[in-house]
Design a protein around this ligand. Structure first.
Ligand code: FE
Ligand code: CA
Length: 514
């Protein structure tokens, strides 16, 4: 489409709209108090022919309305082969409306596979920053993949130095975010920086929380650099929630349904995800697959929305306790368990990747005659781990890799046919990545890691409690993982270090430190 057509379309739109109430007019030149692109741009969920591209208009990001004053806006987008946009290959328009937080999602298609592109959004007032997207290889193609995975960027608890380093990695085809992108908690004085409100509960609250988090330039740089595949964990709604059971036991299921709808909608509005809107936002299904040619299939999981309540509180507990062993307990829900099993059965990709939230490997953190597990992790749901191990064992033993977040520390674990028997055959690797900033500066070791727990948990082969992210370099035969850490997040400017490297071979059990 030529620019002239675009302008005449806009003129036609305006003419069409003059008979309508003001609230329904769509403009390509909104009146703005400032730059509307304060939250940056993002791409995500790549396919062999395109990707999602995202922005949100918010000249005043800490205003629940973003400072848009109800204006419905026509936003143009362009995808080009070059950063100067001389060779534009796709373009289109999207409407930004108050009902969806002025977010803009465009599902770009018609691009060549396995290639980098540039994208931007434009109003008549000006253009957004430029982002980069990369299409996936075509079905069956074995192009190697270099991706990073991240989780837990508590805005108050530290600077996003790790995102800055991630954005500068030499090769970065993709980023996976495993949840806790925002935290719902009350702003606290005396931290590195402060959330603008008390605990968030309403759609307006969550929008402001996302907006404040997204004003960070280092986070914006990491989004602009490469497409992301984003899932969520608990803090996108409420700490350690399970299904419709919240942290505060006085909060009813109806209240939690309303709260979940607010949290889920705000998540959708702020992420570059190819997730169809739900009839009810409280039931938004975000499970999906991202295929990287014939090399890797990413199964993007949701272990929060469909899970049973934690069996005996959400802390560490000696087991068995309460209904801990109940075979009907689930983290993914029966439907998602089947979806994963079917998907792994059907996939011909060399590597099956689980974009997972909470730790799968049961870690006994009180060695002695009775094991003690953390109930908010998979270890609180032994029947569910058992079913997951059966799925892996049936379809992709020793070529399944779980990526995990949640616990603000790094762990490298082997997973076994019997979840509580490290001497049983190894069938998968789990790489747990630390937080970007949650928990503050971090330390080499996390609370329960000591000589005793190390000896009691031979399935855990490495641990570290620093902040950072994890880089994975994936080929048809070898998967290499590098733990990238920063020594502090309470000040800016921390250098990046590689704390440890690991390697696994496709089809071979075990993880080797390299
Ligand atoms: Fe977290
Ligand atoms: Ca979490």
């Amino acid at each position: 489409m030529e620019r002239r057509d675009f302008l005449s379309d806009v003129a036609m739109y305006s003419a069409l709209c003059t008979g309508l109430p003001n609230a329904w007019r769509v403009t390509a030149r909104p009146s703005l108090a400032g730059d509307p692109f304060t939250l940056g741009v993002a791409s995500g969920d790549p396919t062999p022919t395109g990707a999602m591209i995202w922005t949100r208009l918010a000249p005043e990001p800490l205003d629940p309305d973003g400072g848009m004053g109800g204006q419905r806006t026509n936003v143009a987008w362009e995808v080009a082969e070059d950063e100067q946009f001389a060779r534009i290959v796709q373009k289109g328009r999207a409407t930004s409306v108050p009902e969806l937080g002025y977010s803009v999602h465009a599902d770009v298609s018609g691009l060549a596979s396995d290639r980098w592109y540039f994208y931007r959004f434009t109003l008549q007032n000006g253009s957004s920053p430029v982002g980069r997207l990369r299409t996936a290889p075509a079905a069956g193609v074995m192009t190697p993949l270099v991706f990073g995975f991240v989780s837990c960027n508590h805005y108050e608890q530290g600077y996003y130095t790790a995102f800055d380093h991630l954005a500068r990695e030499g090769q970065l085809d993709l980023v996976t975010h495993l949840g806790d992108y925002i935290y719902e908690t009350t702003g606290v004085d005396g931290r590195t920086r402060k959330y603008a409100s008390s605990e968030v509960r309403t759609l307006d609250d969550y929008r402001v929380r996302y907006a404040q988090t997204k004003t960070d330039p280092m986070l914006q740089a990491a989004h602009a650099r490469a497409p992301w595949v984003v899932t969520w964990d608990d803090h996108e709604v409420d700490n350690n929630y399970a299904g419709l059971i919240g942290e505060n036991e006085m909060e009813s299921e109806d209240q939690m349904r309303v709260r979940r709808a607010a949290g889920y909608q705000a998540w959708w509005e702020h992420q570059p995800v190819r997730v169809p809107r739900a009839r009810n936002w409280s039931d938004l299904n975000i499970t999906r697959r991202v295929e990287w040619g014939g090399l890797a299939a990413f199964h993007v999981l949701d272990t929060r929305q469909y899970r049973s309540d934690q069996p005996c509180g959400d802390r560490g507990q000696p087991v068995p306790c309460g209904d801990w062993g109940d075979p009907t307990h689930t983290l993914m829900g029966a439907q998602q368990e089947k979806w994963l099993d079917d998907g792994m059965a059907a996939s011909r990709a060399r590597w099956q990747v689980l974009a997972n939230q909470v730790r799968i490997m049961p870690f006994d953190d009180n060695p002695g005659p009775v094991a003690q597990y953390y109930m908010d992790s998979w270890a609180g749901y032994p029947a569910a781990i058992d079913r997951l191990m059966k799925t892996i064992g049936r379809h992709a033993p020793n070529r399944t890799v779980a990526l995990t977040g949640d616990i603000h520390s790094n762990w490298v674990n082997t997973l076994h046919t019997r979840y509580d028997r490290p001497d049983a055959p190894t069938i998968a690797a789990e790489f747990v990545g630390t937080s970007i900033s949650s928990g503050g500066d971090g330390a080499d070791a996390f609370g329960s890691w000591n000589d005793g727990t190390r000896a009691a948990n031979p399935q855990c082969i490495w641990h570290n409690g620093r902040r950072g992210y994890v880089m994975c370099s994936v080929g048809a035969e070898e998967w290499a993982t590098s733990y990238r850490t920063v020594p502090y997040v309470s000040k800016v400017g921390a250098p990046i270090e590689t704390a440890a490297r690991f390697s696994i071979r496709n089809g071979k059990p075990g993880i080797e430190r390299t």
